[in-house]
Design a protein. Structure first.
Length: 412
């Protein structure tokens, strides 16, 4: 096979080339998946193209491809590959077959040469797969490609409501500890310290942007130098659904970005031509990938919380940290909603309901063991063999005159 053709972007919009290129990569991936799927689904592909966002479209197609591969592997179709499945075979699928598939997805394995990989999915992932298949079958029924709508027979999947889940975020103390670590390198391993010396200003700038603005990972990864207008004190980001948003630059952000760009960011021939405008670069001079940023964040958050790198938080948890911290400082929920680009204020209210500090205050008044030990200490410090001690205590409790004493209050 020949080399893959180079994709060039002829961009006439006001969006940066990297943003347009990213969307185009997703669209091209969607087209590749569509070519692997049955031809009778083509009207459904057109429906997705017109009605859902590129990333959502890709997720639907990935789920449907997985389902079609399951059909061929499990004998529901005589085809050897997904694109060979016929509409008649789809029409014979029953609701219980879908329920069996969803149950299979809970835990399955793939064997590759001498390796067995076990895959386990949460109810949230299962619900998404079920939703993708439901949309497909409803469309095929509506378009008269299959004869019946079987989606009413799909088993329900219990997914925790957003308010039922504990919101994970860093405390203010952990944030300060994390920023100290990225500033000094204290606590890092020898190998990590070698990389830290070359990337500490970049890493700090990334963390500050996440913590200040609650950016999504994709929003930060796509930032360019040209995104920033320091004269006007603002920078532009590109949200989901193609929205643009202008953010004000505060002093901390201006300091860390300036330090990184002027003292550490790679320049010259080391930087790939298509990444010359990229803000955050790897040591190889390429735009940092989402995976690289995610691993970096997990490393520093892990150290801040006193756990391992694998136990660290994702960039989305820093978004939660920004939300809880902003609300904790008394900012309006509606202002925080606008900053974080939540479609519905109820999402923002989840962060307002985050009561970690309240829980700590409550349990601090329930120190059973400490109170028990304090009681033992007080008891051990009471004077021994003092005849009047017990009598005086009894007088204080009952108000009665001790037999061998006087109540001075009754004397004239």
């Amino acid at each position: 096979m020949g080399k893959k053709p180079v994709v060039k972007i002829h961009n006439k919009s006001d969006k940066p080339d990297n943003v347009v290129r990213k969307v185009n990569e997703i669209l091209m991936e969607c087209e590749e998946i569509e070519r692997e799927l049955p031809g009778f689904m083509r009207p459904f592909f057109m429906y997705l193209r017109a009605n859902v966002l590129p990333m959502t479209r890709r997720a639907y197609l990935q789920d449907i491809r997985f389902f079609c591969n399951y059909l061929t592997d499990s004998g529901y179709s005589t085809a050897t590959e997904a694109r060979g499945i016929t509409a008649d075979e789809f029409d014979k699928i029953k609701a219980r077959d879908i329920n069996t598939f969803i149950d299979y997805c809970r835990r399955y394995q793939k064997i590759d040469s001498d390796t067995i990989t076990i895959y386990e999915n949460t109810n949230k992932t299962l619900a998404r797969k079920k939703s993708s298949i439901s949309v497909l079958f409803k469309f095929l029924f509506r378009d008269e490609i299959i004869s019946k709508n079987i989606t009413d027979g799909f088993d329900p999947i219990r997914v925790p409501k957003p308010g039922e889940r504990e919101i994970k975020s860093l405390s203010d103390d952990e944030v300060m500890k994390m920023l100290d670590i990225v500033s000094t390198g204290e606590g890092l391993t020898k190998k990590q310290e070698q990389f830290w010396k070359k990337t500490k200003l970049r890493d700090k700038a990334i963390l500050i942007l996440f913590l200040t603005y609650g950016l999504r990972l994709s929003e930060l990864q796509q930032l360019n130098i040209s995104s920033f207008n320091f004269q006007r004190g603002e920078f532009k980001i590109y949200r989901k659904r193609g929205k643009e948003s202008v953010m004000p630059i505060n002093r901390s952000t201006a300091i860390v970005i300036d330090e990184y760009v002027s003292a550490e960011r790679p320049s010259g021939d080391i930087v790939a031509e298509e990444d010359r405008d990229a803000l955050f670069l790897s040591l190889q001079g390429k735009r940092m990938t989402e995976r690289q940023i995610r691993e970096m964040v997990k490393k520093y958050t892990g150290y801040a919380m006193g756990t391992s790198q694998s136990g660290g938080y994702s960039p989305h948890k820093l978004r939660a940290t920004a939300a809880t911290s902003l609300i904790g400082r008394g900012n309006s929920i509606f202002d925080v909603q606008a900053l974080l680009d939540h479609e519905n204020v109820t999402t923002t209210q989840l962060y307002a309901a985050h009561k970690l500090n309240t829980k700590r205050a409550l349990v601090s008044d329930m120190e059973w063991e400490l109170e028990r030990k304090e009681g033992e200490r007080v008891a051990s410090e009471k004077p021994a063999d003092n005849e009047n001690t017990g009598e005086i205590a009894k007088t204080e409790e009952t108000g009665k005159i001790p037999k061998n004493g006087k109540n001075e209050d009754t004397l004239g």
